[in-house]
Write a protein that binds this ligand. Structure first.
Ligand code: UD1
Ligand code: UDP
Length: 366
């Protein structure tokens, strides 16, 4: 029997926790599948990449394309040029991409043009905001993929609305939660609270990196002014994304950040430490996609600093709430939680740690 040769693509931080469980599940069937892990190098700092290979027990990538940072056009073009060479040499039977980053759409386009089938993990999500680069990546990838693997039923509905035949759509559940379930116990043992000198429930956790929030001085000031006020009431732990650190420097706002006594600024932290910080937080304030989902799983209130989300199930069923980019709105919502008005939620269907199993079943010889 000829083995199926499969490429698994990773590039940026949120890809690693989505691909790790799939990699492990495929390796249970060595007689059926030959795997290659391809890292585009979109994220390259140790803390944005290598830390996750360690925590998620992933092997060194078979190919590292070293594309680095650049404008959208530059980065996408570099990925396409370099990955195409790998495809021509290696000729896989299937390429699996995840999420909505530039590495996702660039590798998918390369593969389909060489008539290689593509599977998209986390298909069907839509924010309906085409100003977000991620929305363009989602639409492009879904339009050309052969297998659309959705995390929640709204994903199926969006795809059907767009005219995708239902035979291509597979509701498999949320693969990020597979990693969370697998490593939850390790995360519980993390010493990050002691390291940062904080305690369970005495802090709020923050992450920020959306261009719409951090690439303009006005947006950043709106948010930082809210932090200054909220930090009078509760400590704020802020593992800062490299994009955001850079923008704070560009706008000369470093002093403002440093002068907030209750704001604990750290480098991006590893996966176990970040899960621990989430599960013990009073609440989370973020613009991340994945953190909206993880906080819903943990049942921790999440304020999402965005006008819309491609993950509405975290609002309908989970603990997530959208907040307008206005200083007063951010302060009001944070105080609301501190006053004890906590949104309760439930865990959505198939966010159960078994998504990788459901995915691999699709590709096993029937
Ligand atoms: C990317 C994704 C975004 C995802 C985020 C997760 C796209 C279009 N965006 O955004 O969807 O939510 O990753 O974290 O794919 N940088 C470093 N070190 C690194 C990586 C980046 O310093 O290891 C800095 C560089 O200055 C770079 C900037 O961060 O220009 C932005 O990086 P980029 O990958 O273009 O976008 P992200 O904002 O990270
Ligand atoms: N994360 C992490 N350390 C951090 C910040 C985030 O391990 O300092 C994890 C988080 O738990 C989640 C993923 O990174 O699993 C989310 O990635 P990110 O917010 O960068 O991207 P997005 O989901 O917005 O695309």
């Amino acid at each position: 029997m000829k083995k199926q040769k499969i490429h698994l693509i990773v590039g940026a931080r949120p890809n690693f926790m989505k691909m790790a469980p799939l990699y492990k599940e495929f390796t249970k069937y060595p007689e059926e599948f030959e795997l290659k892990l391809i890292h585009t190098g979109q994220h390259y700092d140790e803390r944005m990449s290598k830390f996750f290979f360690d925590d998620l027990q992933m092997p060194v990538p078979d190919e590292y394309l070293e594309v680095g940072s650049g404008s959208h056009g530059q980065q996408t073009a570099r990925i396409m040029e370099r990955y195409e060479e790998v495809l021509l040499k290696d000729k896989p039977d299937l390429v699996i991409v995840a999420g909505d980053v530039n590495s996702t759409s660039a590798c998918a386009i390369d593969a389909v043009k060489l008539h290689i089938p593509v599977a998209h993990l986390e298909a069907g999500l839509r924010s309906f905001a085409r100003t977000m680069p991620e929305e363009i990546n989602r639409i492009l990838t879904d339009a050309i993929s052969d297998y659309l693997l959705t995390p929640s039923p709204d994903g199926d509905e969006n795809l059907l609305q767009e005219g995708v035949p239902k035979e291509k759509i597979f509701f498999v559940g949320n693969i990020m939660i597979d990693s969370l379930v697998q490593y939850r116990e390790k995360a519980r043992q993390s010493k990050i609270l002691e390291e940062l000198k904080i305690e369970n429930q005495d802090y709020a956790l923050i992450t920020l990196h959306r261009p719409s929030n951090v690439d303009s001085e006005k947006g950043l000031l709106i948010i930082l002014n809210a932090f200054a006020e909220i930090s009078q009431k509760i400590k704020l732990v802020f593992p800062i994304h490299p994009r955001t650190r850079k923008q704070i420097a560009v706008f000369g706002l470093e002093e403002k950040v440093k002068n907030m006594p209750n704001l604990i600024l750290t480098e991006p932290v590893g996966y176990y430490d970040f899960l621990k910080l989430q599960m013990e937080a009073k609440f989370i304030l973020t613009d991340s996609g994945g953190i909206q989902e993880e906080s819903t799983y943990f049942g921790i209130p999440c304020l999402t600093l965005r006008p819309q989300t491609e993950r509405p199930i975290t609002i309908w069923e989970g603990t997530n709430k959208l907040v307008k980019l206005e200083t007063d709105d951010i302060i009001k919502e944070a105080k609301n939680i501190l006053d004890g008005n906590i949104k309760k939620g439930k865990i959505p269907k198939y966010w159960d740690g078994k998504t990788a199993e459901r995915v691999v079943k699709i590709f096993r010889i029937k």
